[in-house]
Design a protein. Structure first.
Length: 391
């Protein structure tokens, strides 16, 4: 059974064009780009071509792109570089809804003695600008705010935040792992100093990422060793994956309209149908500022884990904010930060589409999911009185 894959914020399928483009780099072009001989040395040029493609997707200059192993490494590197570059500044600001790639890292810094301010969000996942303004001071080394949240798709106001930080000369990093390739990004008009992206969220393989560092920004490498990436990230280059990221970024650029129109239409069709066919659902997150591919819905009084297991029998892949499915003992920190009631967090499901999602797949999900919710509600001690309303 071919899966109906609606978990693209977790990872994406490698685009066929990407898979094809990287084949020679395993069998024929396997040299080390740092070698003196032509066999290895020719790869240097291809890496630079890939760098230019990644840069083009976000409006950067090629020399502003550093290849990393993943989004997590890009995030860690950006924040570490900022605090290393300004050692006298001992205050870091981030948000309560960051991905663990940022949140766990800034908490690690807090354990090392840094002061940490975590900006809260409201019930719709919107950034608390007042709290942020009050947190800023002359000791702030860096502010790291994600571009869009991976669980709800809510887009954060990085233009506004960045403009404030520019005035005060404070470094600004954004985790754009979920936005790169889904919505247009142009760092030329965006007041950010560093921006993280990850290959496996935009149809490149897992294990490749990039960090944009604006020209003139103080930078301190996180991985220290050889001279690769102009001394900014040591380690022999993952050539095939770098080529893959280049091709994936080129494809993403050509497909941005599809993301905005086709993907958003299918997401809205799915969401509207689920809202209509089940009682008391709630959409988690600000629907007016959201990624085009993401829908996070709570079906109260139903266990998200149970929903996932049942829809999995039909080959439907999604994810949930409930504790059992998130690989941690705690339910989603993002939904908790939004003040969503526990009963709703436990019944939350995230559907995340891609440009490969088809209308037929969405129609099938619309057919399969509502009766499952209805059935699971009958099993819930709280659900019986609500079942009457469920069509
Ligand atoms: N940041 C966000 C917002 C993410 O969604 C993810 C992955 O889910 C990451 C960072 C980490 O990226 P990677 O898996 O490439 O380390």
């Amino acid at each position: 059974m071919k899966p109906i894959y609606l978990d693209n914020n977790a990872t994406t399928a490698v685009a066929p064009e990407v898979a094809e483009a990287i084949q020679p780099y395993y069998h024929e072009l396997y040299g080390n780009p740092s070698s003196m001989h032509l066999f290895g040395g020719q790869l240097h040029r291809r890496i630079e071509e890939a760098r230019a493609k990644v840069a083009a997707l976000i409006g950067a200059e090629p020399e502003e792109i550093i290849f990393t192993s993943c989004g997590t490494e890009s995030d860690n590197t950006a924040i570490m570089s900022a605090v290393e570059s300004y050692p006298h500044k001992r205050h870091v600001i981030s948000t309560r809804v960051e991905h663990p790639a940022v949140l766990s890292f800034v908490r690690h810094l807090a354990r090392k003695g840094y002061r940490l301010s975590l900006v809260p969000v409201d019930a719709m996942g919107r950034f608390d600008m007042d709290f942020f303004m009050k947190s800023l001071d002359e000791n702030t080394a860096v502010v790291s705010v994600m571009h869009a949240n991976n669980e709800t798709g809510v887009i954060l106001p990085i233009e506004e935040i960045g403009a404030i930080l520019r005035e005060r000369n404070i470094l600004f990093h954004t985790d754009a792992v979920q936005t790169t390739g889904k919505i247009p990004i142009n760092v030329k008009g965006l007041p950010v100093d560093m921006l993280s992206l990850s290959g496996h969220k935009l149809h490149a393989p897992k294990g490749i990422g990039a960090l944009y560092v604006k020209k003139g920004t103080r930078f301190y490498p996180y991985i220290i060793g050889g001279h690769q990436e102009h001394g900014r990230r040591a380690g022999t280059e993952n050539v095939a994956s770098i080529i893959a990221l280049g091709v994936a970024c080129e494809l993403a650029q050509g497909n941005l309209k599809i993301e905005a129109v086709h993907v958003a239409r299918l997401r809205d069709k799915l969401e509207n149908a689920l809202l209509e066919k089940c009682p008391d659902p709630r959409i988690n997150g600000d629907t007016s500022r959201r990624l085009p591919n993401t829908s996070n819905i709570s079906f109260e009084y139903v266990e998200g884990e149970a929903i996932l297991l049942r829809i999995d029998e039909f080959g439907i892949c999604a994810s949930s904010g409930s504790a059992c499915t998130s690989g941690s003992l705690e339910p989603s920190h993002v939904l908790r930060a939004m003040g969503i009631p526990f009963t709703a967090i436990h019944g939350s499901i995230r559907f995340s589409l891609s440009r490969y999602t088809t209308e037929e797949e969405i129609d099938k999900v619309i057919e399969i999911v509502p009766p499952i919710i209805k059935e699971l509600r009958t099993l819930s001690p709280y659900g019986k009185e609500r079942i009457i309303k469920c069509s």
